[in-house]
Design a binder for this molecule. Structure first.
Ligand SMILES: *Cc1c(COP(=O)(O)O)cnc(C)c1O
Length: 383
């Protein structure tokens, strides 16, 4: 089933509501129905009249979601997966034994696990480098480097990678680039515009936006061999999202631009509050002028996002006590939903984490900003 990309000259709020989601031709339903059928009838001549045969291969709800994701990134095509890490796995499956990967030192910890555990017998090598140091990136490239993976803003230190500079370094040597854009969402940053080959998302986070569905996505602007192999991984390997998961994700996307902008505005105020607090040693938020990546973030993002972290002046135990004392912030992992979350990141990442022990990560939700600031204020007082 080919869903025409909704006119891409439209703006993101319009695309979020309409792209890939025409009125249902069979029933005139305004909201796309959920197609649970796993199989579709062939014509008498054996043809598939609308291009649908079996739902692992293609499904109307997945086609809708993919068309919408492609439009949001101003891309050409998208693939939807059953999780963000399934999307990562699909990219890595396109590499050959002996290939070398360059990834950020503070990459999402699940990436390390995919490469180290899922691909343990694949004979891949990885160099983890500080991607904000372009000389270090150049120095780490090897003759067998087959993928440069970037993540910006990064987790949990909110480091900023210069997408245009990385794309230039990679293009010169014809090395494919993928940017995990989960923290920014397509509302705040378009990696493809800066020359990155593939953008990856955990749609579990801002895109679906309500902490109620797991999913992942890849989007490209130009056909790319790694995207073609990821499609095989999705359709033949079978890491597909269910029709209901696709429907829920699209339902979340309708409000994505409004949510993310409100959340980013709130985060800026929370970051400013924390940066002036006497018990706080450091705040990591690219919207603060003191952040080392502030100028690059100002160029490649339209706002600075709704994720931040801070280090308490004190021990791990004291940081834990602050997290234990919040009343609105929920103590939970993940991000991008309507609930504000607080998390002691080092203990989630396990024994080999590089995250400072006194660091707390915040995902700013949609509650009232003053309430959130007051909640942190009292938690920092009582603990
Ligand atoms: C959550 C997350 C992932 C993994 O996505 P899942 O949907 O949990 O599999 C990848 N990258 C980043 C930046 C994330 O936050």
């Amino acid at each position: 089933m080919a869903l025409m990309a909704f006119k891409s000259s439209r703006r993101i709020e319009t695309l979020a509501v309409h792209a890939g989601q025409p009125v249902d031709p069979a029933t005139r339903a305004v909201t796309t129905p959920i197609y649970l059928s796993t199989t579709f009838e062939r014509d008498r001549d054996g043809e598939y009249p609308v291009g649908l045969s079996y739902s692992r291969d293609n499904n109307p709800n997945r086609a809708s979601l993919e068309a919408c994701l492609a439009a949001l990134e101003d891309g050409r095509e998208a693939l939807a997966f059953s999780s963000g890490l399934a999307a990562v796995t699909a990219v890595v499956q396109g590499l050959k034994p002996g290939d070398h990967i360059l990834a950020p030192a503070d990459v999402y910890h699940g990436f390390r696990r995919v490469v180290g555990e899922v691909f343990a017998h694949w004979q891949l090598s990885v160099s983890y480098v500080d991607m904000s140091d372009l000389a270090a990136v150049e120095a780490a490239i090897q003759s067998n480097t087959a993928l440069i993976w970037v993540e910006t803003p990064s987790n949990p230190l909110l480091k900023i990678t210069d997408l245009r500079a990385i794309a230039a370094i990679a293009t010169k040597r014809q090395i494919p680039t993928v940017c995990d854009g989960t923290f920014a969402s397509p509302v705040l940053q378009h990696p493809l515009e800066w020359g990155i080959d593939i953008v990856a998302h955990s749609t579990t986070k801002y895109l679906a936006g309500h902490s109620d569905v797991t999913g992942g996505a890849l989007v490209v602007r130009e056909p790319h061999p790694l995207f073609a192999s990821a499609r095989i991984s999705q359709r033949v390997g079978g890491s597909v999202p269910s029709p209901f998961d696709c429907w829920l994700t699209l339902r979340g996307i309708a409000t994505l631009p409004l949510r993310v902008r409100a959340q980013a505005q709130s985060a800026q105020q929370v970051a400013q509050f924390l940066s002036q607090h006497s018990r706080v040693e450091a705040v990591h938020y690219p919207g603060l002028e003191s952040h080392p990546g502030h100028d690059i973030a100002a160029r490649q993002m339209t706002m600075f996002g709704a994720m931040l972290s801070f280090q308490l002046q004190g021990t791990e135990e004291e940081a834990m006590r602050v997290a234990a004392s919040t009343e609105i912030f929920t103590r939970a992992t993940s991000l991008g939903g309507v609930h504000s979350l607080i998390e002691h990141r080092a203990s989630v990442e396990g024994p080999d984490t590089r995250t400072p022990r006194n660091l707390l990560r915040l995902s700013i939700g949609l509650e009232n900003t003053a309430d959130l600031v007051e909640d942190l204020e009292q938690a920092l007082k009582v603990s």
